[in-house]
Design a protein around this ligand. Structure first.
Ligand code: PEP
Ligand code: MG
Length: 842
């Protein structure tokens, strides 16, 4: 049989040829979609480079694929980020499924409009079916001129492709998971992929993984924001892509909240013998006695007793382990433990692990030896990859490995007898060990390994046990029975606590309990300073339930409604009616006398929406976020404004714009609000304000103030942008402190500018929820504190304790400090001094 002849592709437009490597977009330059060439166009009509069928044309008209009879598929993508133009500037001249001749017009585009509104006009011509090619021209090319010569394919290649079908590719996807595709989401993805007959690959840059293998997915080392792509070949390839793309976009069963990082402490290099420092894995304090966890040693023979027998042993143990995990999972239904055991179950079925074990069985090894080899090798690979999360996942693997080994060898899991008030110490604790801890006896634990995001830490938090990890190895030498004081909040383990330390801890706990009780009793009293200034204490909410809770706890309104909750974790935008019903219910709960500050949609590259396709961004926090996204998609914002306006008149309605950097953004958004209000016949506009969370806005507050009704300071983002520290970075957690004088100075100038124009200023970032920060925020002149719901009573109580005049003096002092640490020191002294003075009831 002869080979299928080679094929010439014609240039789809005129322009200058560029290699793909020069395209400033990693999806294309990384050849994630396919190899090809790029043309910087000088014409504005895109023609077919080959005869075939229009296999896909995007609704937005910026991309089209042609597939010929032999299965050669060529994708043309006009411009970069042009998907964001939502079709504006493009006129499609063909429809999907239509047959076209080489040279036929496919799409016309308005080059001037694109030049103004898109990132670039660079147009990609990609051979997505993967044939090798050689370029036939260099430099300048004209429409219709031969452009590429595609290499011949053998009939065998063609036959294989036809049997499996062409590989279909998904659109690029931005990974939303805070910790990448670690064990749990990877397990969910692998499990879902196994439901399809098609062979499915997950691609990240140049690397690919079998999407049905949990281990392979984890080894891709994905992180939040990675641009991924799926490809599938086989009968149900399209169905597989549709389903898996949606699954990845939704976080593979993981919500952002479930993975919220805990507060961590940097472990100082030095630790004295009486005090060891680690990282807080689960908050709290405990006083107890040390119990070192001893390892169960298993005796593993290398040689097997016949391949068949060993294979049977392994299969039996795997099946039994799966049943055990199922029981554990059902017993913990709905909790973090259940998810972890599900991931462990998934590991038992991992094709690559099983393949490795089978290989060793084939070499005459025993079932136990083969299984240990497979799990330990893979765990070692994870550790070598150096990624902190994978190192933690290696522990999961070893845990499952141990469970199966015990079953193969018929060894009972040995439960260690623990005394009362145990503080358990171990090199590592596996998730199974943690989940089976007797919490009546164990008060907390401390380990050398592990991290704040490990499964062990998640479990410790679920069990409500204080836990420290990352301790120095010396901790393993502490004798059983030694009394210790575990202060996970401060990241400390006191080995020889003095009586005084113990008394102090007990007294501190008692004081905190009493104080919480007192604050709750007074929660419904106004927050008025000792010298008579009323400060509004409102709530940060993301649901009607939280609005109701805030009112029950004495909240005086809503200072920040994070409206994202209406948009996230769904596959299409919420309708205006659905949004309006939610806002109206909140307005009704609050009544006509309280503020409802609705922040417009604050999502973007860091929190992508499945139904708002966006290209990957190298720095999503500096990219199309917040108001920038909404102004690029004005219809999204218009719909939200219409829904918010539905509750005009029912409450003190305020609209707040996030991530404002430039005055033009405020003006554009105001224009949309005016138009929508006019269309609805609403004469009196709601109050319109902006968040101050970008240093540019704080520095230009005097220019913004005349054009807004209020400011609300988002200290979370303001801190990250001022200090250039990612707000979720585990190692910078203790340094990215909103009490840094640089942040406080920006708050000071913002308040000054607002008050000069008679506008009020709130703080809705996490700093407002810190009791320690209350005097400084009040001294800076802040008018409203919008805080996390459970903290309303404490913040109101903290306001009642201070004297505004004294707070102003305090501010002069803190603004002059060199760092946040010094500011905290001064505020702690101030707190002690004010606590000593009795508060008069208002
Ligand atoms: C902030 O940045 O402080 C803020 C309140 O907004 P978010 O935390 O929702 O980004
Ligand atoms: Mg913010």
């Amino acid at each position: 049989m002869s080979a299928i002849p080679s094929l010439e592709l014609l240039a789809p437009l005129s322009g200058v040829l560029l290699p793909l490597d020069q395209v400033p977009d990693p999806v294309f330059s990384g050849r994630l979609i396919g190899d090809g060439v790029c043309i910087d166009p000088t014409s504005s009509v895109l023609c077919a480079p080959l005869s075939g069928v229009v296999s896909n044309i995007q609704d937005s008209g910026h991309a089209v694929s042609i597939t010929d009879e032999q299965g050669v598929q060529v994708l043309m993508h006009i411009g970069l980020d042009t998907v964001n133009l939502a079709g504006k500037g493009f006129t499609a001249r063909v429809r999907e499924g239509e047959s076209v001749e080489a040279g036929q017009v496919l799409i016309e585009f308005d080059a001037d409009y694109l030049a103004l509104h898109a990132r670039s006009l660079l147009t990609l011509v990609l051979v997505v079916s993967g044939e090798p090619f050689t370029a036939l021209v260099d430099g300048v090319v004209d429409t219709g001129q031969p452009l590429l010569c595609l290499g011949a394919r053998t009939p065998a290649e063609v036959a294989t492709r036809q049997e499996e079908g062409e590989a279909l590719f998904s659109k690029p996807l931005i990974l939303p998971n805070a910790n990448g595709l670690h064990a749990r989401p990877a397990a969910v993805l692998a499990q879902a992929a196994k439901g399809f007959a098609a062979s499915i690959q997950l691609h990240k840059h140049q690397s690919s993984a079998n999407a049905k293998s949990l281990v392979a997915i984890m080894a891709l080392q994905t992180v939040k924001g990675d641009v991924l792509q799926l490809s599938a070949a086989g009968e149900d390839a399209q169905a597989a892509l549709d389903s898996l793309v949606a699954l990845i976009a939704e976080g593979c069963g993981e919500t952002a909240a479930a993975e919220a990082p805990v507060e961590t402490f940097d472990a100082p290099v030095t630790s004295s013998l009486s005090l060891l420092r680690g990282v807080c894995a689960s908050p709290g304090t405990a006083l107890g006695q040390v119990m070192q966890l001893s390892e169960q040693v298993l005796n593993i023979p290398e040689a097997g007793a016949g391949e068949e027998r060993e294979r049977g042993l392994l299969e039996g143990a795997l099946a039994q382990a799966a049943r055990e995990l199922q029981t554990l999972q059902e017993g913990a239904a709905g909790s973090a433990q259940a998810e972890i055991f599900r991931a462990h179950q998934e590991l038992l079925e991992d094709p690559e692990l099983l393949e490795q074990a089978q290989l060793l069985l084939g070499q005459g090894k025993s079932a136990a030896f083969a299984w240990r080899g497979a799990t330990e090798d893979t765990a070692a690979l994870f550790k070598r990859l150096g990624n902190e999360l994978l190192v933690e996942r290696a522990l999961d693997l070893l845990d499952v490995g141990q469970r199966v080994l015990r079953l193969i060898l018929g060894a009972e899991a040995r439960a260690q007898v623990l005394p009362d008030d145990t503080i358990l110490i171990a090199d590592q604790l596996t998730p199974s060990q943690t989940a089976s801890l007797d919490t009546r006896r164990v008060l907390g634990f401390a380990t050398v390994g592990g991290g704040a995001t490990s499964h062990v830490a998640i479990l410790a938090r679920a069990l409500g046990l204080p836990a420290l990890c990352g301790l120095p190895a010396q901790v393993l030498e502490v004798a059983n029975g030694t009394p210790v004081l575990l202060d996970a909040d401060l990241g400390q383990l006191h080995l020889t606590p003095e009586d005084a330390d113990i008394q102090q801890l007990l007294a501190k706990r008692e004081q905190q309990r009493e104080r919480r009780e007192r604050d709750s009793e007074l929660a419904h009293h106004a927050a008025i300073t000792r010298d008579g200034q009323h400060i509004e204490v409102t709530a940060n909410v993301a649901s009607l339930e939280e609005v109701e809770q805030s009112l029950a706890l004495g909240g005086e309104g809503v200072g920040l409604l994070r409206s994202e909750f209406l948009y996230l974790e769904r596959s299409s935008a919420p309708s205006v009616e659905e949004q309006a019903a939610t806002y109206q219910a909140m307005a009704q709960a609050l009544g006509p006398e309280r503020n409802l500050v609705v922040r417009t949609l604050d999502v973007g590259g860091d929190k992508p929406l499945a139904y708002v396709p966006m290209d990957g961004e190298a720095n999503p926090f500096l990219g199309i976020r917040g108001i920038r996204l909404c102004l690029q998609r004005p219809e999204l914002l218009r719909q939200q404004l219409r829904a918010i306006l539905a509750c005009a008149g029912q409450t003190r309605l305020h609209i707040m714009l996030p991530m404002i950097t430039r005055l033009s953004e405020l003006r554009e958004a105001r224009q949309l609000l005016v138009e929508e209000a006019r269309a609805l016949g609403i004469a009196e506009l709601p109050k319109l304000g902006i968040m101050i969370e970008v240093p540019a806005a704080a520095l230009m507050a005097d220019r913004f103030a005349p054009e807004v009704d209020f400011f609300s300071i988002g200290t979370n983002d303001l801190t990250q942008y001022t200090l250039a520290m990612d707000r979720d970075h585990p190692q910078l957690a203790s340094q990215a402190d909103s009490l840094h004088p640089a942040v406080l100075r920006l708050i000071a100038s913002t308040v000054k500018a607002a008050h000069a124009h008679g506008k009020w200023v709130g703080v809705c970032g996490a700093l407002a929820s810190e009791v320690l920060a209350v005097p400084v925020l009040l001294g800076l002149g802040v008018d409203e504190l919008s805080v996390s719901v459970p903290l309303i009573p404490s913040i109101k109580a903290a306001v009642r304790e201070v004297n505004l005049q004294q707070c102003r003096v305090l501010v002069d002092q803190v603004l002059d400090q060199e760092g946040a640490e010094q500011v905290r020191g001064i505020l702690r002294d101030h707190q002690q001094a004010t606590a000593a003075t009795p508060v008069l009831e208002h």
